[in-house]
Design a protein around this ligand. Structure first.
Ligand SMILES: [Zn+2]
Length: 255
């Protein structure tokens, strides 16, 4: 693979985000993916649709922007399922495709959208990934591929208020996350664009995104944080070590 290339074919990875539209991964968990890459893990994104219903930009624009953003985040692979934007549903075929990808990508950590969100596609992806997560481990389901059940499934916080089960400190990759989002030029505010304004092309959208990351960062004493919910309790092997970092002081207590 040429240096800097992002594979469009499944390749083994450690963490994968399944999202409805190109730019969802960057906006919802781009920091967590970039942080995983910075720590030496392999990260991937699966976009369900090409975002052809978007008010601004074309699917071709979105393809190019998604590729550029993948390079910024350092993804090993980014796959687009080409399902119809606005009509994503949890059919048997869709679950089979997600199970197929889980078994080819073999991630330890899976990220899906919030189960409650403003966009029906986001909720549909959240549900279908939830269902496929379990099916992936059943040997007689799609028996031609070796079963694989990842260790955990996390949901992003979406646009409905909720309390996160965990917050990832993404402060050190915040600038990378911002650059990845900026790759979606067709979607965000630009003084020279004549396209209609949308929620995400509002001139203050970036401030709102930053505000959300600041909000979750505040919970854990970090500059920026990405929150997630987990349907299962989050395992902690050493609570004393885990809670030895004093929030807001960035100090480790002397023992
Ligand atoms: Zn979306």
């Amino acid at each position: 693979m040429p240096e800097g290339a992002v594979l469009r074919e499944p390749t083994e990875c450690d963490i994968v985000a399944f999202m409805a539209h190109p730019d969802d991964a960057e906006l919802q968990c781009g920091g967590t993916l970039a942080l995983a890459v910075a720590r030496g893990s392999r990260a991937a994104v699966v976009d369900f649709s090409r975002g052809e219903l978007a008010t601004r930009g074309t699917p071709e624009d979105r393809d190019r922007e998604a590729e550029a953003a993948a390079l910024e985040l350092g993804l090993s692979c980014r796959i687009n399922l080409g399902l119809p934007d606005g009509r994503i549903e949890g059919s048997h075929d869709t679950r089979k495709e997600v199970v197929r990808l889980l078994r080819l990508l073999r991630p330890k950590v899976v990220i899906a959208p919030a189960l409650r969100d403003h966009h029906p596609d986001h909720m549909a992806v959240a549900r279908v990934v939830d269902e496929s997560f379990y099916l992936g481990g059943i040997g007689k389901y799609l028996p031609e591929l070796e079963p694989w059940r990842p260790n955990t499934l996390l949901h992003t916080m979406g646009t409905r208020p909720g309390i996160p089960s965990l917050v990832v400190d993404i402060s050190e990759v915040y600038e990378t996350r911002k650059r990845a989002i900026a790759c979606y030029k067709s979607q965000f505010h630009s003084d020279d664009s004549c396209e209609p304004q949308t929620r995400i092309s509002h001139p203050e959208f970036n401030d709102w995104v930053e505000g959300g990351l600041r909000h979750f960062g505040f919970f854990i004493g970090a500059s920026y944080g990405e929150g997630f919910t987990s349907p299962m309790p989050v395992p902690v092997s050493d609570p004393v070590h885990q809670y030895s970092v004093v929030p807001w002081k960035n100090l480790r207590e002397e023992s």
